[in-house]
Design a protein around this ligand. Sequence first.
Ligand SMILES: Cc1ncc(COP(=O)(O)O)c(C=O)c1O
Length: 465
Amino acid sequence: MAERCDWPLFALLRKPTGLPLHLPAHGRGRALAPELRRLLRRPAASWDLPELPALGGPLEEEGAVAEAQAACAALLGADRCWFGVNGASGLLQAALLGLAPPGSRVLLPRNLHRSLLHGCVLGHLEPLLFDLPFDPASGLWLPPTPAHLERVLEQALPLQPAALVLVDPTYQGQAADLAGLVATLRRLAPDLPVLVDQAHGEGTALAAGADLVVLSLQKAATGLAQSAALLQRGIRVDQGALERSLLWLQTSSPSALLLASAAAAIAHGQSAAGRHQRQRAVAGALALRQRLERLGFTLVANQDPLRMVLNTAALGINGLEADGWLLERGVVAELPEPGTLTFCLGLGATAGLGSRLPARLLALRRTLGGPAWEPFDPPPLPLLARPERGVGEAWRSRSQAVPLEAAAGRIAAEPLCPYPPGIPLLIPGERIDGPRAAWLARQRQRWPGQIADSVNVMANDQGGR
Ligand SMILES: Cc1ncc(COP(=O)(O)O)c(C=O)c1O
């Protein structure tokens, strides 16, 4: 009999269970890009090839990968496209390093993904963190408006940042007026490049005027996890510098499967079949949304119908608690947060979704529901914050743990970063003031199991940068 290993890793992957309302958006293969599906039907791993001359790789000028990248660039209206096999995380870091020389500053939104923070450490960059509008009903940060960005830029531009980063859409599917934001930037700083983290989007930021865009092709498209793309357009970004940083951060053996996944996901997304697939998924999602609203559930307003964000605070339930309860009953959501639970409906039809999800949510409300929560208090943050010490310096420094309540006046030596969503509430090098310490202590109650009672602060935080 053939050998069989019964470690849970294999058992779980062989037979995943539960109603899948999580990423990747191909929904356990149901909506996989057709070309990828065909490939995976070939004899197992026959496609796992090295960078053979005919194939090449993301940084080679010749070969099938280069050809596919050029075709994807043309499909998406980019000058260049590079595939990545370490997710949007790896490409965001490469993009940041390509944009900003060591010691320079980068203007980042407070809802940055942690990979950008790690990029600041790797590239020895100083993050200038700008605050965002906040929704007290859901506890979520909202996309900035052009007027908000204008106020940020007025404060930030004298500090001469090397680049601006925007996140659009957010994990919860909330989209900004990106064209308006880029127009504001161009009016105030015509030469400042903007990188848009479209991990959850489809590349439309290029048409809005972005210089660089990063896509995670498993989140809003039909690729496998870790397949991603970096798109570049225009003259503000040095392609050579980008390729150099891609070289620094990329494996020397990129997976041919993941490169093919990136190509297949982009090609399918732009095809008539891909557009129909999305339309069908969106129609199903809108019907489900109506059903849930008729049943009295509050869904957070957003622009991506495939992200269904249940306001659990309105039910009197913490989103993390709701997630745990639903998981035990076979509903696997994507993103629990204190005031919300985000379901990713994906691009394939999920059998029984229209009846099973409403039934489970009604049971959740009956069992755990109570009076709606008081509105969330916004984080007490300045419009623009500069860490007092370098992120990498603080993170590597000798540190000591202090209770959150007693952290006022100290400099953080580690991020506080619930995951998911992977958005840091505090970054290394930031000095924690009294209101922030009190806010963080309150966050601990809202993020059970995600935020510890204490925070590591620099043991010796005398002196500034
Ligand atoms: C806004 C945002 N950017 C980037 C990433 C990283 O994407 P990936 O998981 O493909 O590395 C995430 C992951 O959740 C994200 O939410």
